[in-house]
Design a protein around this ligand. Structure first.
Ligand SMILES: NC(=O)c1ccc[n+]([C@@H]2O[C@H](COP(=O)([O-])OP(=O)(O)OC[C@H]3O[C@@H](n4cnc5c(N)ncnc54)[C@H](O)[C@@H]3O)[C@@H](O)[C@H]2O)c1
Length: 324
């Protein structure tokens, strides 16, 4: 059984990947400082509390377990906060990753899977964003992720560390079991916010910007189910090991939905009406972000299985019965 260290594994996406790794016969070891994550999300798996800036603690883990690869989810993720407090983002999302990579090299861990983001591309210059699209982030969060992508290229050249960069578009949905799901504080992602309004846990939903050059004036995003992302992680890890080669993939459904469409669809699925307010645009939000994931389909054999309806249904099931 292969030991995979999942840093940030108690968070939203990490915990879903951990569950799928376990189902596929891997042994995921969760490493998380619990600054944002939830122990309840990973209680069936080996858990080590720690911070990736703590090199002593990382070395201890690399000695304790024979780790074959590291998957990284441990980052701060809020675009608006990154604009207000860039230092916090550069420290955690860049400096701390450097500590982790140094420890991996010292301990001869050969493979790294990195959670990157559509935010590394900035304003799109073509309708769908593939891996050849220029990368000009328009906020510090996107900058931090792009810097790590560049560090990974240099680490491969100098130290032979192989990595796969997975650039997610909008992760959404919850595990079908309803046992784990999305739980961020504060929640800044559209689908959980809209569902919290449907569940009467917040008074309304704010639409940030209704004057974008889109069909209804609201932003358009590409939502991809968290279990489809998890499947891509495992396929990417296996491919990297087979071919001993670094690569990058954009992961999305290839379909764009506007904020207004998500609100309408959520009202239909939940059968609940709720208040919607309009607010000015937020800084750092491109009008449209849609992935071209042809490369992941061709190279990894990845095929996303969850429709938008199923994404909202699983997230609604989680929201109504959430455990954390
Ligand atoms: N959620 C999305 O839609 C989305 C989209 C694109 C990319 N991503 C990337 O995916 C990754 C996971 O996102 P998420 O939504 O699951 O976030 P999350 O906040 O739910 O999970 C991050 C986890 O990392 C842990 N963590 C943070 N800093 C740490 C540190 N220094 N040491 C140890 N643990 C630490 C937190 O406690 C948390 O459990 C992030 O890197 C994010 O940038 C997310």
């Amino acid at each position: 059984m292969k030991n995979i260290l999942v840093v940030g594994g108690a968070g939203y996406i990490g915990s879903h990947v951990v569950k799928m790794l376990d189902q596929k016969g891997y042994c995921p070891i969760v490493f998380d400082n619990l600054s944002k994550g939830h122990l309840a999300a990973v209680q069936s798996y080996p858990f080590e509390q720690g911070d990736i800036r703590d090199r002593e603690r990382l070395n201890e883990i690399f000695c304790k377990y024979k780790i074959e690869a590291v998957m990284h989810f441990a980052a701060f993720i809020e675009v608006a906060e990154s604009i207000q407090s860039p230092s916090k983002y550069y420290h955690n999302n860049v400096e701390n990753v450097l500590h982790l990579l140094d420890c991996m090299v010292e301990n001869h861990i050969p493979y790294f899977v990195f959670s990157s983001t559509a935010a590394t591309f900035g304003e799109p210059v073509q309708k769908k964003i593939d891996e050849t699209h220029p990368q000009h982030p328009c906020n510090p969060y996107g900058n931090t992720k792009l810097i790590v992508e560049k560090m990974l290229k240099d680490f491969e050249k100098a130290y032979g560390l192989k990595s796969t960069v997975l650039r997610y578009f909008n992760a959404a949905g919850a595990d079908d079991s309803g046992e784990i799901g999305e739980s961020h504080t504060p929640e800044t992602h559209l689908i959980p916010i809209v569902l919290q309004a449907a569940a009467k846990k917040r008074p309304n939903v704010k639409i940030f910007g209704t004057d974008y050059p889109t069909k209804d004036g609201s932003c358009i995003r590409d939502f991809i189910h968290v279990n489809d992302l998890s499947q891509a992680h495992i396929l990417a890890l296996e491919k990297m090991e087979q071919e001993n080669k670094s690569d990058q993939f954009n992961l999305g459904s290839g379909n764009g939905f506007s904020v207004l469409e998500i609100i309408e669809k959520t009202k239909q699925i939940t059968g609940v009406d709720f208040k919607v307010e309009t607010a000015p645009r937020r800084k750092g939000d491109p009008a449209i972000l849609i992935a071209d994931s042809t490369k992941a389909k061709n190279v990894l054999g990845w095929s996303p299985r969850y429709s938008l309806t199923r994404i909202i249904e699983t997230a609604w099931n989680w929201e109504k019965n959430r455990k954390y």
